[in-house]
Structure formats: C-alpha cells, structure tokens
Design a protein around this ligand. Structure first.
Ligand SMILES: [Zn+2]
Length: 471
C-alpha cells in the first residue's frame, strides 16, 4: 500500500501565524531537504547521505523557474524525476572553499551540507555536479531517494512562534524570502537583535538595486535564545555554544565568520520561510562571510555592520566574487588563470569577449588604467598594520579608525583619477593583483564603499528576477 506522507499546502491553510497575511489559493508544494556529508582532501572528494528531511513549511521558491539559468556556483544539483530534470540550482559550499586551502593538502575533513527543493511525490534522484578545469559541470554523485521511506525525517516548526516579519513585500512564492538569523543573543538581548535586523534591512533597501526592488522581498527574523552572549572567536580564546554555531577564524582567517554546524542551522531555519539566510552575530569585532546559495554572516555590532551585511549578502545572493586582492585569504592561488564563473571578475583572456562588453564605451581602453601602484602601496601597508594590531589585540575602536582612514584614502584617490563610473577592465580582483580584472574602479565588493558597480548591480537583479518573474 502506498503511503502518502508528502502533503500539498496552500498558504491560506497554514497554521503558522507568520504566513497568514499572504492569501494565495495556488497549490504550493512542501519543502524537502537532503542532508549529506561532503568529505575529502585537495585531490579527492566523497559525498555520503545523512538523511532526507521534510521541512515543516511550504516551498518559498519560484515554481515558474525550476531550472537554474544563472549557473554561478562551483556546484550544481539536479532533482531528476522519471528521467526528467525537475529542478536545478547552482551553489557553492564551505567544502568547495576548504579544498583550496593548504590544510586540504595535509588532512581529510568532512563538512555537513544540504540542498533544498520543492517536495517530490515519487522516487527521485539527486544528481550533484562540480565544475571541471574548463568550468563545465561534471557529475560527482547520484543517489536515489524515496519520499515514502519511513526513515525520511519530519522536522517540526519548533521556532515558528519566534519568527518575526521585518518587511513584507508579498506572497513568499513570488518574492525573495530573506531570513535574518541572530546568533549569540540571550533572551534578554532579543529586542536588540530585532532592532539590528530592522536597521540592516533598511540599509539593504537603501542600496541599489535592492532599493528599487524592495517589494520583491520579504525579510524575516529569528534568533533562538543563546545561553551566553556572543559567538566563538578562537584566536582570542573565546568559545561559545551558540545555537547556530557561528564562529570567527574560519580557515584560521581572523575576520572570517562561518558556521560549520549546518544541521543546527537548518533545523532552526526551517521554522521560517526562507530562500536566503544572513546570520547576524551578536559581536562587535569586524568580520563576516558569504557563500553563494549557503548563507552570509555579519558582525551586527561592528561599526561596519552596514557594509559587511550588504557585501557578504552579495556573495551569498548573487555569487559575486571579491573584487579586492590585497587582504590575506586562506585560499591558494590557482596554478593557471582561467575565466572565472563569477559575473563580476574576468581573466580578460579575450577582450573582445568581455562578459560585460555591452556596458563598455567604445573609447575606453581594455585593460583600463587606474592608480593601481598608489593604491597597492597604501593598501599593503594598511594590511600589515592591521595584522600587527590584531596580533596585539588592540581595541575595536582603534581597528575602526584604521578602516575609516583606508576608506577615506581610497575615496580621495579614486575621485581624483577621473575614472569614476567608467566601466572597463581594471586589473586586480578575485584575491589576485594580476591576471584578474574588475569592471569599475570601485565597488562595494572592492572597498568599503556604499554602492555596487553596474556589473554587480545587474548580476543581483538577475537573481531577484529568478525569484519573482514567471516567464
Ligand atoms: Zn562590483
């Protein structure tokens, strides 16, 4: 006898108070998640199943766009049902970053990962693909799953009553649902989290192109009470068992905040409607992180929280590359330079095929001159000073004044260069001083400035369309 565990929902029938405002009669599928372990080292990887999960809330993605048209991440997953690809999404992962660090040459490690998709009624396959040396997706894992298997876990909406709507643009099925998760907030600090979430949502909506597309977003906030204030920062001996597990010093990079506790994060998040997650840590030390399709993080009490929040969301939401290149990172430089898949950096191997050529004026030279040597001299000196100050554990106020000094220096340098707003190919980006180019002299993905370059803005808009447009 066939059992039918997979239920269809309509938003009007939902018991969750957080969704009752959106009356939509259309049939909306449930949400499924496959949890798995991603293990390996610099030369080999192994994927293994943890479990198939039925999440408690309806699917919030755009059913009119089942096949990923942006293809921005390092990986791609497909749901194959009766031999037909029913759903696909590209994404990046902590494993995908870790395998490029020096540690991956020394030891094997495992990372817990998830993919989420509209619920399936019949037996289906998950196919995982990874980019090869030519950036083409190659299959690395395939597994058959049965939604009727008794071992499929049914998750409860344990935190549903803690979900707060910060901004309502419309029906979750036709909007981008961004979930702000607070980590390291005690019960007494919950109001401070909500205030911060509202402030940062306002910052996002003051930044183009989010500003013009505000009605295409819902923003939700959820912060399970932490036993202690703050999150882990191992380099200074600070350890916390915070609910979401966010920690500084990811890959031993002092400013890099990630959570490696994917299972806890997913179990908390599934109480809320979401397509994207940004974790706000209850900390004041500068830091953040963002991985395409996974989550982004920002230190909510840093003076730079508005910049960190939007910059890291750019990574997570639109798969944007870092356009900066003088800060230290844990990743090893590529052996040879090939065209990156990120939309906002190029190797400029053939200037005639520049991916943002349509935005370049005919008189603009490629590569495009800018005060590169002057910028690098300043920036490298500041990075050295920054490392010394962190090593000496100086106050965050002192760090902030260094960051203000370097932002003001860059603003003044770029203003006098005469290249402001020019779209071309400016050498330096993607963590490399040579061989990679960005589209404008300055951008929120390059320095602590307040606006995205035209190429980044267009790349963000394309993702918003994926969640809102039906054709
Ligand atoms: Zn940019």
């Amino acid at each position: 006898m066939m059992k039918r565990f997979v239920k269809r929902h309509t938003y009007t029938a939902l018991v969750f108070a957080v969704l009752t405002s959106s009356a939509c009669a259309a049939e909306i599928p449930g949400t499924m998640r496959v949890d798995f372990f991603h293990s390996g080292n610099h030369s080999a990887e192994l994927l293994s199943l943890d479990q198939l999960v039925i999440e408690p809330l309806p699917w919030t993605g755009n059913m009119a766009q089942p096949i990923d048209r942006t293809l921005r991440g390092k990986y791609l997953f497909e749901i194959v049902s009766n031999g037909v690809t029913a759903w696909s999404r590209s994404f990046s992962s902590i494993y995908g970053e870790w395998e490029t660090t020096s540690e991956a040459r020394e030891i094997n490690r495992s990372f817990h990962e998830s993919v989420r998709f509209p619920s399936q009624d019949e037996v289906f396959e998950i196919v995982l693909k990874k980019r090869d040396a030519n950036n083409q997706f190659e299959e690395i894992w395939r597994i058959e799953l049965d939604p009727d298997d008794v071992l499929v876990h049914r998750e409860s909406a344990r935190y549903a009553d803690k979900v707060i709507a910060i901004h309502k643009g419309g029906d979750p099925a036709n909007t981008v649902d961004l979930l702000l998760m607070g980590d390291g907030y005690t019960a007494e600090e919950h109001d401070a989290f909500i205030d911060k979430a509202k402030m940062l949502a306002d910052v996002l909506f003051a930044t183009s192109p989010f500003k013009e597309r505000k009605d295409d977003f819902n923003i939700w906030a959820l912060a399970p009470a932490a036993p202690q204030s703050g999150v882990s920062r191992p380099s200074t001996g600070t350890y916390r068992d915070s609910p979401i597990g966010a920690t500084y010093d990811a890959f031993r990079s002092e400013r890099y905040i990630l959570t490696f506790d994917n299972k806890s994060m997913r179990r908390i998040a599934s109480s809320a409607p979401y397509d994207f997650i940004e974790i706000l840590t209850n900390t004041d030390v500068y830091g953040g992180g963002g991985i395409y399709g996974l989550f982004s993080t920002a230190a909510a009490n840093s003076e730079w929280a508005p910049y960190l929040f939007v910059h890291e969301f750019g990574h997570h939401f639109a798969g944007l590359a870092d356009e900066y290149y003088t800060s230290s990172v844990a990743y090893e430089a590529p052996a040879e330079i090939s065209e990156p898949y990120e939309p906002n950096v190029t190797a400029l191997l053939d200037p005639k095929k520049l991916k943002w050529k349509h935005l370049v004026q005919s008189e603009t030279p490629l590569p495009t001159p800018w005060p590169k040597a002057e910028f690098e001299k300043h920036s490298i000196a500041v990075q050295q000073r920054r490392a010394e100050m962190r090593a000496a554990n100086v106050s965050e106020a002192e760090m902030n004044s260094l960051f203000r000094y370097t932002r003001d220096y860059a603003d003044a340098l770029f203003e006098k260069s005469g290249q402001e707003g020019v779209v071309g190919a400016f050498e330096g980006g993607n963590y490399q001083a040579e061989g990679y180019y960005r589209s404008e002299q300055n951008c929120l993905m390059f320095t602590r400035s307040e606006s995205f370059c035209a190429v980044c803005a267009a790349a963000i808009e394309k993702v918003i369309d994926e969640y809102t447009v039906s054709d």
